[in-house]
Design a protein. Sequence first.
Length: 90
Amino acid sequence: MVRTSDGFQIAELDLELRGPGEFFGTRQAGMPSFLVANLIRDRQILEAAKREAAAVIAGPNSEISQEEVDRAVRQMRARWQHSYGLVEVG
């Protein structure tokens, strides 16, 4: 870490050394219990998945119908509500 003052490089090294901590919770160090992916090893595929998810949420297009968008949103809501006890607001 002493070799650079680039905050992005320092953050990436910190992620490799200490892990990301918890998404929800108080623990600040350690790797989360992902069932399939590793944040460091699988970075490129996770970034691709993030782009694809953003395209789905953006709405229907030539490759994704409105029905598929609605189904994906329902499944995500059900998954996160169950996992974290989230509630609908508004």
